[in-house]
Ligand binder design. Structure first.
Ligand code: PDD
Length: 285
């Protein structure tokens, strides 16, 4: 039975109860994070908490926990749940009011919830065993504040489902100008002539922590050039490699887009080189 944290206490998941008037439930009015933990070692902890604090600011939610408080919570959750390969899920909602009313309530304590779930072994730099992802494409029909890691994920869920129903692992999303934004639960990248290219950060995509670490590691190493710029759908279809990244997958190579092979349809050499570097440096954050 997994042990969860809810509003100051640890308890078995089956005992964790929140009010149906919680604004996380009624409005998706909250912020969340997913932090990977491998045998108790947190990946990208500081940047994850910084992004969560940006989210609180972005939606006007007053939460004053220090990094140290969040760290103790994450480490306790990991150890109480067996310290294997875990995603640590943190969610803070605007709390449970006594009525359903859109305006922010006054004097209502935020609901703080944390639990863990198993995540796969992180990929290792070996083309023979690396998973090759298959993805669909769709017009990005989510809201215009995708930089906020909001719990209101219905737009993302519907896009994920589009790919899932076609037997695919993800859905790549394109804005009204046919430019890549991200995927429904991952950031997205292409490789062309040896250069890694990814859309620049703005309101159309989440500032992924895996994306941040990957770009930082590659720039410090210098062997794989990195560009942040708009990418057209045609460029995705013509790319030598396509990648997706998230805290639960790390960096994954896409081998098919809408049923057509990416490059030669196999996990690529630039992915291999980048994965080697990512594995070597990922715990520096
Ligand atoms: N998803 N873009 C979206 C829309 C995401 O939901 C995620 C992460 C990412 C990648 O961000 P990061 O590298 O910080 O995990 C990009 C998480 C894992 C989820 O919702 O489960």
């Amino acid at each position: 039975m997994s042990i969860v944290f809810l509003n100051g206490s640890y308890m078995p998941m089956s005992e964790a109860k929140i009010s149906p008037l919680d604004r996380g439930f009624l409005f998706g009015d909250g912020i969340y994070e997913v932090i990977p933990s491998y045998q108790g070692n947190l990946l990208g902890f500081g940047p994850h908490i910084d992004r969560m604090n940006d989210g609180f600011k972005g939606i006007g939610l007053n939460v004053d926990w220090s990094h140290q408080q969040w760290k103790i919570l994450c480490e306790d959750l990991a150890s109480k749940n067996g310290n294997s390969n875990l995603g640590i899920y943190l969610q803070v909602s605007r709390g449970a009011d006594t009525k359903r009313y859109h305006a922010f309530p006054e004097n209502v304590e935020p609901t703080v919830f944390g639990f863990t779930f198993k995540i796969p072994e992180p990929p290792i730099a070996d083309k023979a065993i690396a998973k090759g992802y298959k993805v669909s494409t769709a017009e990005d029909l989510r809201w215009q504040r995708c930089h906020i890691k909001s719990t209101a994920l219905l737009g993302n869920v519907l896009h994920f489902q589009q790919g899932y129903e076609q037997g695919h692992d993800e859905t790549l999303l394109f804005n009204a100008n046919n430019e890549l934004t991200e995927a429904s639960s991952c950031n997205a990248f292409i490789v062309k002539d040896g250069t890694l290219i990814t859309p620049p950060l703005d309101n159309q995509l989440l500032p992924g922590i895996t994306r941040y670490m990957l770009l930082d590691i590659l720039r410090k190493d210098g062997t794989i050039p990195v560009e942040e710029r708009a990418i057209t759908k045609q460029e995705v279809l013509d790319a030598d490699e396509v990648w997706i990244s998230s805290s639960t997958k790390e960096v994954g190579a896409v081998i098919q887009v809408d049923g057509s092979p990416v490059g030669d349809g196999k996990v690529g050499n630039v992915w291999l080189a980048a994965q080697r570097l990512f594995s070597a440096h990922k715990f520096n954050y």
